[in-house]
Design a protein around this ligand. Structure first.
Ligand SMILES: [Zn+2]
Length: 339
């Protein structure tokens, strides 16, 4: 039995009702966040703390407030639907989303508490009232460890997932391989892609495949012709290699305005994709356009952290991310602008 299980609400609606009424939770959230911030600032003020640490603490406190406000916001759609985004599943990779053991624990929790659909089924799930949240499990980039560690665990739990492949990496294009080594600050072994035969095995086991561009560049920095190549070449190579049509896409890095524009989304549609995943830390709403389906990164989260993401505790962070002016996003998350 998982450690948190005794306190876990029996349904998603119960989880919401714990948090209501709205006024009380917002008041207590703001109080807790501010008190926490003041405490930490006073504690460190006489230690000559530098600006970055103050900013870090303010961010942590703001997150505390937003975390507690999240459950109030999740009732906007009839069904709670969440897309999770994993990258590497590996015992020791520095950029892993989870170890194989932790990933298996995630899947055990998901199996017990959620409905699971492929990425293509997540928008309809947001429209359907349901006592259990619906989760779509996705992977980005196409690392070999997805086949070695994630696939057996998915099979064990009888779950399917969607794998978005960075095609230049899959094809071992030297420039793209170097880009991944730089991005992940890792050697080739850590970023090694699946072979196409392994991707076919995924498909045979009921997994779904999508495209994740050709060379995994920030779309806002590309000319239209370069962007078109990223979209068209990725689709063409996958379809040639796998003899099947691909209509799902995941934007590299994925944050709206920072990593792609409205114009890029239109080009995604023009290239023949019907559904595309962005990176926004909130659940899916029925009002989300098919070419902007939000996904939450999983970053070595404990089962409790995963549960909070699925139930909506972090949705307020995503909503703030979406509506922040770019100067504020740059201040809060400078790394997002580094690619
Ligand atoms: Zn990626």
């Amino acid at each position: 039995m998982l450690a948190h299980e005794s306190s876990y609400p029996s349904s998603f609606r119960d989880a919401c009702s714990v948090a209501l009424p709205t006024g009380r939770i917002l008041t207590s959230a703001i109080h807790a966040g501010l008190v926490g911030t003041m405490d930490e600032l006073f504690w460190t003020a006489d230690r000559g703390m530098e600006r970055e640490r103050i900013l870090g603490m303010l961010k942590a406190s703001a997150k505390r407030v937003l975390r507690m406000s999240g459950p109030v916001l999740v009732r906007r759609s009839p069904g709670r639907a969440v897309v999770l985004c994993y990258h590497s599943i590996h015992p020791s990779n520095s950029f892993r989303s989870a170890t194989p053991t932790l990933f298996d624990e995630h899947l055990a929790w998901i199996t017990q508490n959620c409905n699971v659909v492929p990425f293509g089924g997540i928008l309809p799930a947001a429209e359907r009232p349901s006592r259990r949240p619906t989760v779509s499990i996705t992977f980005d980039d196409g690392h070999e460890d997805n086949h070695r560690f994630a696939l057996p665990s998915l099979k064990h739990h009888g779950l399917s997932a969607t794998f978005f492949l960075a095609i230049g990496l899959m094809e071992k294009n030297p420039d793209v391989v170097d880009r991944f080594k730089r991005l992940r600050r890792s050697d080739y072994d850590a970023i090694r892609p699946m072979e196409w035969g392994q991707v076919r095995e995924l498909i045979d086991e009921g997994m779904d495949i999508g495209a994740h561009s050709y060379s995994h560049r920030n779309f806002v920095r590309l000319e239209r012709s370069e962007l078109r190549y990223e979209l068209v070449a990725a689709k063409q190579v996958i379809e040639d290699r796998l003899s099947r049509q691909v209509t799902s896409f995941a934007y590299p890095f994925g944050k709206p305005r920072i990593h792609f524009t409205d114009e890029a989304a239109e080009m995604v549609r023009g290239a023949g994709y019907r559904l595309a995943a962005v990176t926004v830390k909130r659940g899916v709403r029925i009002s989300d356009p098919p070419l902007r389906v939000p996904r939450m990164f999983v970053t070595h989260d404990s089962v409790e952290e995963l549960r909070e993401k699925v139930l909506g505790y972090w949705d307020a962070v995503g909503i703030l991310q979406e509506h922040s002016p770019l100067w504020l996003s740059r201040l809060v998350s400078p790394m997002d602008f580094a690619y």
